[in-house]
Design a protein around this ligand. Sequence first.
Ligand SMILES: N[C@@H](CCC(=O)N[C@@H](CS)C(=O)NCC(=O)O)C(=O)O
Length: 206
Amino acid sequence: MTIEISAFRWVPPFAQGYVRDLRVRWALEEAGFPYAATLIGPKDQSSERYRQWQPFGQVPAYKDEQVELFESGAIVLYLARQSEALAPNDEAGRARVMQWVIAALNSIEPFAQNVIRERERLPNAEAMLTKRLECLSAWLGDKDYLEGRFTAGDLIMTTVLRELVDSGVLARYPALDALRQRCEARPAFRRAFDAQMQAFRENAPA
Ligand SMILES: N[C@@H](CCC(=O)N[C@@H](CS)C(=O)NCC(=O)O)C(=O)O
């Protein structure tokens, strides 16, 4: 299998050793899978070609004969399915590994990033969000769903996008708002929403 990943050609010294392609390189080393790194710079990051591989213009991205992927967590989970060095090969064991990967990325990393952002006076959260939503909207284009058909990716993305409705931010991205509404119109969403609300109705404090 020929594996290619993207990484930066150069970053300032404070970031060296921390760029997120490290996660993928490390997983590949644990698994013993050889790979080649395509080194990119700022021009490549914003090219149409690279955005087809990594919609946010970031590193890392991954490709082999089967798949092109972005998001370090998704790439590591994909590799973990192929190597017992990274996860047990039973369904329950794999699910528990997935939970820790998502816990690191979702329950810990955002808060770590907030602290770092404050300390290093990085662009504020709204500026970052705007940048990401623009990229997400460009990726969606005129498709109905992120992968063309409804998937768990749309499900989770919708639960995030709907948090932005009241702030008015989402209205600035009509295609994303339409995605949200398309997903929220699904009968399964409605049933889930009603079930949650019913519990609240039944248990409202007197
Ligand atoms: N959630 C992404 C984050 C990727 C990411 O933040 N990559 C940074 C390097 S560590 C990057 O490419 N930054 C440049 C940019 O955002 O333009 C992942 O885990 O793959």
